[in-house]
Design a protein around this ligand. Structure first.
Ligand code: BGC
Length: 895
């Protein structure tokens, strides 16, 4: 094969290499995997590649290489060199063989391993002795240790994690910009360690390593049961830090947390994720984190048990400040200062004030205002979402809470001090924006932006349902509904890969998947194995694979997928079907009683079996993708069997609801021969309802794809572009800046839903203005309105399906996705019945254009007349279609 590779040089081709960070790669359990993008003025395609790995950037000695390999490569390619070792620095580079010759080597990409083995740890976790934090919210422990260095280091790394959340500093300078580190994982099995390069923060002489500890998810409030909402994971927080220093003479010094550290408390009197932070600056200890501070009055620390076997290098992206807003100021009823960020965010308010010692400042937060202009805080339930401060002097003071965040757009500041400045800091797990979308319909463009914000606000360490009330949990149902959209809007591969590791950890021995991951709800009937929630175990890995080409995630999750399907098999009744258990079902179906969101129109038993079949089928596909044909056959046969039984039993019922039809079509429950009939039934239901949404969490992501699959575009747009309640655009008209949990969260008369709920286990209240689940329709907007879809058979956008379906009323669409191969984009417009588009495909990507052509159309691609579907190669292409097929919603959108 390799004999066929060229020998000449191809100077017109350049290569950009990226190393994927994956749980297996960073923990040294598997090889590294690579992606590269190619730009070329000379070549049309890659025919081979060569990768080298070396300990130095010169690639002079110790080089391991693949040698020339034939193939298209570029995505998810295994690097030479095997798994990383602790502290190893490895440089990688690639060159490609094209039809024009060999490119030069890429710039090297460098990876550095953290501490991969339990034996690497000398440090032990420490905290404040007799810390009362297990009993009540209490002051944040301060921990410090001074040490001397004979010279400034040549190199220094700080490996740090905590039980609870932490911030560390060296000589008074904050290390890194992560917030709420180490994030939230299945703490009993997995605690993430961050490794920082701190070479520049150390000097000759005395240095101080210092840390602060918050309760975070480990010990702080989680969940809504006031009797047992604290100390879910443990009663003691603890800081574990190991600073490894290399001096100019080559000698090594290690400074770790141990018994020699000193502890005290300072101005942060309490900090809780739900309730907020209380700061009393009269308790601050100036200079405590720098050399020269006298800590002789501080207590020796207490050692906290922490098994180093659970430590793993951080693979999940850290939480950081994502955006900063200057809020508008006005006067709230009662005279407080009202701040309006203009955007619903997850984050905090930073204030600059001037007052007198003892002055207090109180900051309360809310997503929306009551009709009288006061903060609407009822939907926060028991979360206090309030930060308080007491000033210590009359100078200018910057106030910012620690170890908390709130879901809010508005804040009210009550103080006698002068408010000099205010900023709103939006935080999020730092996943890069991956796509753009805009169109001539401002409401739809804004809705897309709202969905992006709901993702940003709810990707805080784990994928949460909402960022504001006493919940903020990793609800699996919301995650599975939204995962394909999430993978398009942001590069969320490593975010999901990390969360999926926790999902597998929290699965029961029988394979039941919890309703929230990490699981803090225990093993009650709501907490485990609910249909459409548990199936996140199969749906999310598959969505990640389609979006990014990730066979490693599939291989890693396959045991978890199999276990889920095995669990479901084990729960089947004599007829080989699931039934009779409580299900969340088509949760929040707008036709369900508002106070009983699980009582949807569509049978929960039908949905449970449909998702069972779907999970079995996805497990089969995952097995195929990783080359396990035997398992693939077994699970495919199970999927067909369950689907057939489900259809035989619920066929009649399925045809009566939007969700029933959509599930039958999109989850492959209806046989192919019945698809057209189901499509017609669905279209009829949608038309009869005037485009009114009649689906909940499980049906909503599937309705428009189902209508599209069966050729009912007019009905799909009737739904998408509707403005009346319930609809996606209604909330935009109401001024929403994120996606609501309930379609009717604010009614047309401005009144706010009471959120009241009666569940089998008791009464509750549920209303959020920032739930991404219904935003899942945005995946369809990219695939169908814009016409950009990754092909599951050539994932990662290696092959794209370009099937734009224009609609009357939207005459311009622009969309792009930043794939690992480069940007894939389209701009299209319609006018006078002609559809015109410009496509951009990067090197290595092909597209199949399925133009919106009618019987009279003339299709031209790059000036040539063609017909049918057309294959597009890399480059820019101009497409026009006369007499184009433009969908016309049955009736004008109802405003
Ligand atoms: C959450 C949802 C979740 C649901 C499950 C709610 O409290 O906010 O988004 O999926 O419970 O029933």
């Amino acid at each position: 094969m390799t004999d066929l590779l060229p020998t000449a040089a191809d100077p017109g081709t350049t290569v950009r290499l990226t190393v994927r960070s994956t749980p297996a790669g960073v923990s040294g359990r598997g090889p590294l995997r690579l992606d590269w993008s190619v730009t070329s003025s000379t070549a049309e395609r890659q025919v081979g590649y060569e990768i080298e790995a070396a300990p130095t950037p010169e690639f002079a000695a110790g080089v391991q290489g693949t040698g020339p390999v034939a193939g298209a490569g570029q995505l998810d390619v295994v690097a030479p060199g095997g798994p990383l070792r602790s502290r190893e620095v490895r440089h990688l580079r690639v060159r490609v063989a094209t039809d024009a010759g060999w490119s030069d080597w890429s710039e090297p990409a460098t990876v550095e391993a953290g501490l991969l083995a339990p034996a690497d740890w000398q440090a032990v976790a420490v905290t404040l002795p007799d810390d009362p934090g297990a009993r009540q919210q209490s002051p944040v422990p301060l921990l410090r240790r001074a040490f001397e260095l004979p010279a400034a280091p040549r190199r220094a790394r700080l490996h740090v994690t905590s039980l609870g959340v932490h911030e560390v500093s060296l000589n008074g300078v904050r290390v890194g910009d992560h917030l709420l580190d180490p994030g939230w994982t299945a703490y009993r099995q997995r605690l993430l360690v961050t490794s920082h390069d701190v070479t520049g923060l150390l000097a000759a002489g005395v240095n101080v390593l210092a840390g602060r500890l918050g309760d975070g998810w480990y010990r702080g409030r989680l969940g809504w049961d006031p009797q047992e909402d604290r100390c879910r994971y443990g009663r003691q927080v603890g800081l574990l830090a190991q600073l490894e220093i290399e001096l100019p003479d080559g000698s090594r010094v290690t400074v770790g947390t141990d018994e020699s550290w000193r502890a005290a408390t300072g101005e942060v009197r309490s900090a809780d994720l739900y309730d907020g932070c209380a700061v009393d600056l009269r308790h601050r200890r100036p200079g405590w984190d720098r050399p020269g501070f006298d800590d002789s009055g501080w207590a020796p620390v207490a050692v906290v048990p922490l098994d180093p076997a659970i430590l793993q290098p951080r693979v999940a992206p850290p939480v950081r400040v994502a955006r900063t807003f200057r809020p508008e100021r006005s006067v709230a009823p009662g005279g407080a200062v009202r701040l309006d960020a203009g955007q619903n965010v997850a984050g905090v308010v930073r204030l600059t004030v001037r007052g007198r010692p003892g002055d207090t400042v109180t900051v309360r937060h809310a997503e929306v205002l009551e009709p009288d202009g006061s903060l609407h805080t009822r939907s926060l339930r028991t979360a206090k979402a309030t930060d308080t401060y007491v000033l210590a002097d009359d100078g200018e003071t910057v106030l910012e809470p620690s170890f908390t965040f709130h879901g809010f757009r508005y804040a009210e500041v009550t103080t006698g001090a002068e408010l000099l400045a205010a900023e709103v800091l939006a935080i999020s797990s730092d996943t890069p924006v991956r796509s753009t979308f805009s169109c001539s319909d401002p409401a739809l463009t804004r809705f897309h932006e709202n969905v992006r914000w709901s993702q940003r606000d709810n990707f805080v360490a784990v994928p949460t349902d909402c960022p504001q009330r006493d919940e903020r949990l990793g609800w699996t149902g919301d995650a599975q509904a939204f995962a394909p959209t999430a993978c398009t809007l942001f590069d969320s591969r490593s975010f999901w890969a990390s969360w999926l590791v926790d999902l597998a950890h929290d699965q029961t021995a029988e394979g039941a998947v919890p309703s929230v991951v990490p699981n803090v709800l225990g093993d009650g009937q709501f907490a485990l194995g609910r249909a459409g929630w548990a199936d996140a175990a199969t749906i999310v890995p598959w969505a990640v694979h389609v979006a990014y080409a990730d066979t490693e995630v599939l291989a890693a999750q396959l045991p978890s997928m199999r276990a889920l399907v095995g669990y479901l098999q084990g729960r089947c009744q004599d007829d080989g079907l699931l039934g009779g258990e409580f299900q969340f079902g088509d949760w929040l179906d707008p036709d369900a009683p508002g106070d009983r969101p699980h009582e949807a129109k569509t049978s929960s038993d039908y949905l449970a079996n449909a998702f069972f079949a779907h999970s079995a089928r996805l497990t089969a596909r995952a097995a195929t993708a990783v080359g396990d044909t035997e398992q693939a056959r077994t699970f495919a046969a199970l999927a067909e069997d369950v689907a057939a039984r489900t259809w035989a039993r619920w066929r009649e019922h399925a045809l009566t609801t939007q969700t029933g039809c959509a599930v039958a079509l999109e989850l492959g429950i209806a046989p192919d021969a019945a698809a057209a009939e189901v499509g017609r039934a669905l279209a009829r239901l949608v038309r009869d309802a005037g485009g009114r949404i009649a689906t909940g969490f499980l049906g909503t992501p599937l309705v428009l794809p189902a209508l599209t699959r069966t050729g009912h575009l007019a009905e799909a747009y009737l739904m998408l572009l509707r403005h009346e309640l319930p609809s996606w655009l209604y909330q935009v008209d109401q001024g929403a800046t994120t996606v609501w949990e309930r379609w009717d969260a604010i009614r047309a008369d401005g009144s706010i839903h009471d959120g009241v709920m009666h569940m089998p286990d008791g009464d509750s209240q549920m209303l959020s203005f920032n739930h991404y689940a219904y935003g899942a329709v945005v995946d369809w907007v990219y695939r169908t309105l814009a016409g950009l879809a990754p092909d599951p058979d050539a994932p990662g956008y290696r092959h794209v399906l370009l099937a734009p379906r224009p609609v009357a009323g939207i005459d311009r669409v622009s969309a792009s996705v930043e794939t690992a191969l480069g940007p894939v984009g389209v701009d299209w417009s319609t006018g006078g019945g002609t559809f015109e588009a410009t496509y951009r495909l990067p090197f290595g990507v092909t597209g199949t254009l399925l133009p919106p052509a009618g019987p009279e159309s003339v299709l031209s691609v790059d000036g040539r007349e063609l017909s049918g579907s057309v294959t597009l190669g890399p480059g820019t292409h101009r497409v026009s279609v006369t007499a184009a097929d433009i969908a016309r919603p049955m009736q004008p959108s109802l405003r």
